[in-house]
Write a protein that binds this ligand. Structure first.
Ligand code: N01
Length: 550
C-alpha cells in the first residue's frame, strides 16, 4: 500500500512580496496600509537587501543620504538623522531595520525563508509559492522585490577550489570578522565595489594587489558630516520634496544646474564648471554639460579632465596610465564615487596588475598566477559584479500555466511593460526591473514610485471587480521599442557593461534600463493609471461566488 503524501499546508494572503530590501519593505508597508494581507519572504537572516549583504569594508552609498532614503513618510524623514553625507553600510542597515520596526513590519517578514518556486494557477487566480524551508503560500499577487544587482556573479577561476587561503565575495561579505590586518590581499574587480573597498583594505593589509581588467572613471565622494540644516529644510515639506525628486531625471539632484550644452559656456566657464564639480565630489560629474552623454567631443573634454586628475594624484606615471580609462566615454559605465581611490596607488604596499595585458591564468594553492607572474596571497576578494537585471529572477523557478519562465523570451533582451511586468505572467510584478529607470536612478525613490503604482493598480482592480492583470503582448513590444529608442543616440550603448545586453546571434546591443528619465517615466506611469491602464489586460478569471480554492 502506497503511503498517502501529506498535503502541504498552504497559507493564503493577498500579496506575496519576495525580498525585504528597499522595495520589499516599502511594498509590505504600502500594501498593508491599503488593507491587503501581505507576507514577505527573505532569504537572508536580516532585512536590508543589498545593504544586508554588501558589508565589505568601505561599503557606502554613492547617492547623498539626504536623497537616498524613503520619502513616503514625513515623520520617518524628520526623525532620522544621517551622520554622513554618504551613509556607510552599518548606518543604512540600521535605517532599514528602524523602518521595519517603526511601521510594525517585522512580524510579516519570514527571514531565512528563500522562495524556491512559484506557479500560477489560473482557475484560482493565485500564485502558489514554495520556499526552500518547505513552506507553501498562495497569493493573488506575487511581487519580486529582489533587485537588479543582487545575484552575485560567482567566481569561476580555475584552481579556486585548491586555494589554501580564504576567499570572499564583496557582495556577500561574511557576517563574521574577516582578518585584513597583516595579510596579503588580492582584489579582483574595479567597479564601484572594488573602488570602495580597495583604499580601506590597503590601509590595513600587509600588501594589497589589485587585479584590474578595465579601468573605470572614479570621482571623489568628498564625504563628510551630513548637512543637518539641509535635512531640516527638506523635513519641512517632504511630500513636496518627493514630488520634486520624482520630477527630475534620476532623483539625484546634487551637482550643477541649470544644465546647458557645452557650446553655451565660454572656455573659462567650462573649466570652472569641471573644477567646481571635482571639488564638490559625487555623481554630478555626469552632468557638467547637457550633451556630454551624446556628443563624443564634449565627453572627451570631461574624460580628459578626469584623466588629468588621475595623473596629478598618482605619482608613478606608469601606474597612473594604467588607471586611466580610454576604452569608454565617461558616464557610459556607472561612474564610481570614491574616497582616496587613486591616492591608494601611491602606497608602498599596493600593486596594480593590468589583467587585460597580463591575464589571470589560474588560482594556485598559494596565490594568483597570471601569464607573467605569480602573486602570493592569503585572502582573495572577488568584486566581480552581478548577473544584473535577470539574475534574481532566474535563480528561482517561476512558471506560468504553460510552464514558461518570465525571462524565457528575453534572448534578445528584456521584454517588459514599464519594467514591471512581462506578458504571460498575470499578477506578477518585478520592482525596478529592466525597462524602468532602475539602476540609473536613486533606487529608493524608484522603488517608492513602483510600489505606489502597483498599489494603485491593485486598488483599481479591487474597486472594479478584476482579479487578474497581465500586459498585452503588443504593449510589451511597444514599450521595449520605447526603451530602445530612448537609448539609441547615447554613447553608452556601444560600451560593454552590465546595463547592456548583447544579442548572441548578431552582436547587436540592447540597453536594458529606460534612459528617458525618471521624470518622463513617472509621467507615463501616471497617464497609464489615469486612463484605466491601457496595455494592461484586466479580467476576472474566478467568478465572485467561487472560493479561490474551489
Ligand atoms: O560590479 P561591476 P560592482 N576577471 O560589474 C571585473 C552598484 N553598487 O559590484 O569591467 C576579472 O561594476 C569587471 O571587469 P570588466 C552600482 O550600481 C553601488 O563593482 O568587466 N575581472 C569590473 O571591474 C554598481 O555599478 C554601490 O572588465 C572581472 C568588476 O569586476 C553596481 O552595483 C557600491 C571578472 C565588476 O564591476 C555593480 O558594482 C557597490 C573576471 N572574470 C556597487 N569578472 C554604492 O552605492 C568581472 N570582473 C556605493
Amino acid at each position: 500500500m502506497v503511503a498517502e503524501q501529506p498535503q502541504p499546508v498552504v497559507t493564503e494572503v493577498d500579496a506575496i512580496v519576495v525580498g525585504a530590501g528597499i522595495g520589499g519593505i516599502y511594498a509590505l508597508h504600502r500594501f498593508k496600509q491599503q488593507g491587503l494581507s501581505v507576507l514577505c519572504l527573505e532569504s537572508a537572516a536580516g532585512v536590508g537587501g543589498v545593504w544586508f549583504h554588501n558589508r565589505y569594508p568601505g561599503a557606502r552609498v554613492d547617492v547623498e543620504s539626504s536623497e537616498y532614503c524613503y520619502h513616503f513618510s514625513p515623520e520617518l524623514f524628520g526623525e532620522w538623522r544621517w551622520t554622513e553625507r554618504y551613509a556607510a553600510q552599518p548606518e543604512l542597515l540600521a535605517y532599514f531595520n528602524h523602518v521595519v520596526d517603526r511601521f510594525g513590519l517585522r512580524g510579516d517578514i519570514r527571514l531565512e525563508t528563500p522562495m524556491q518556486s512559484a506557479r500560477w494557477v489560473p482557475h484560482e487566480a493565485r500564485w502558489h509559492v514554495a520556499t526552500a524551508t518547505g513552506l507553501h503560500f498562495a497569493g493573488r499577487f506575487l511581487v519580486m522585490a529582489t533587485g537588479n544587482l543582487s545575484a552575485a556573479r560567482d567566481p569561476d577561476f580555475p584552481g579556486l577550489a585548491d586555494f589554501a587561503g580564504e576567499w570572499v565575495q564583496a557582495s556577500h561579505w561574511p557576517d563574521r570578522p574577516v582578518d585584513i590586518a597583516g595579510r596579503r590581499i588580492a582584489v579582483i574587480g574595479t567597479g564601484s565595489s572594488g573602488v570602495q573597498t580597495i583604499p580601506v583594505l590597503a590601509a590595513q593589509a600587509e600588501h594589497l594587489t589589485v587585479f584590474q581588467r578595465t579601468p573605470n572613471f572614479s570621482v571623489p565622494a568628498r564625504n563628510g558630516p551630513s548637512d543637518g540644516a539641509l535635512i531640516d529644510a527638506i523635513a519641512q515639506d517632504v511630500p513636496g520634496r518627493r514630488s520634486h525628486l520624482l520630477a527630475t531625471r534620476a532623483a539625484i539632484t546634487s551637482g550643477q544646474n541649470p544644465l546647458l550644452p557645452y557650446a553655451a559656456y565660454t572656455e573659462a566657464e567650462r573649466t570652472s564648471r569641471l573644477e567646481w564639480q571635482w571639488a564638490q565630489g559625487g555623481q554630478g560629474m555626469n552632468r557638467v554639460f547637457a550633451d556630454q552623454g551624446t556628443d563624443q567631443l564634449v565627453n572627451d573634454r570631461v574624460a580628459d579632465f578626469v584623466r588629468a586628475k588621475i595623473r596629478e594624484i598618482v605619482t608613478n606615471p606608469a601606474v597612473a596610465e594604467k588607471l586611466c580609462p580610454y576604452d569608454h566615454p565617461i558616464g557610459s559605465r556607472r561612474l564610481c564615487v570614491d574616497t582616496d581611490y587613486y591616492a591608494t596607488y601611491n602606497r608602498a604596499n599596493v600593486t596594480l596588475v593590468d589583467i587585460a595585458a597580463d591575464p589571470i591564468e589560474r588560482i594556485t594553492p598559494t596565490g594568483i598566477q597570471t601569464r607573467a607572474g605569480h602573486y602570493p596571497v592569503d585572502l582573495i576578494v572577488f568584486a566581480i559584479g552581478f548577473n544584473a537585471f535577470r539574475g534574481a529572477l532566474d535563480r528561482v523557478d517561476i512558471r506560468n500555466e504553460r510552464g514558461a519562465t518570465p525571462t524565457g523570451g528575453w534572448q534578445r533582451g528584456p521584454r517588459t511593460l514599464l519594467g514591471l511586468m512581462t506578458s504571460g505572467f498575470p499578477n506578477f510584478f518585478f520592482l525596478t526591473g529592466p525597462g524602468s529607470p532602475s539602476v540609473l536612478s536613486n533606487l529608493v525613490l524608484m522603488n517608492e514610485a513602483h510600489v505606489d503604482w502597483v498599489a494603485g493598480l491593485i486598488a483599481h482592480m479591487t474597486t472594479n471587480g478584476y482579479d487578474t492583470v497581465e500586459p498585452d503582448r503588443t504593449a510589451v513590444e511597444a514599450w521595449t521599442g520605447t526603451v530602445a529608442e530612448a537609448a539609441s543616440k547615447l554613447l553608452r550603448l556601444g560600451v560593454k557593461n552590465y546595463m547592456v545586453h548583447v544579442n548572441a546571434d548578431d552582436g547587436s546591443r540592447v540597453f536594458m534600463p529606460y534612459i528617458g528619465g525618471l521624470d518622463r517615466y513617472t509621467e507615463i506611469m501616471r497617464d497609464i493609471a489615469a486612463n484605466g491602464y491601457p496595455g494592461f489586460r484586466l479580467s476576472q478569471l474566478v467568478a465572485p461566488n467561487q472560493t479561490a480554492a474551489a
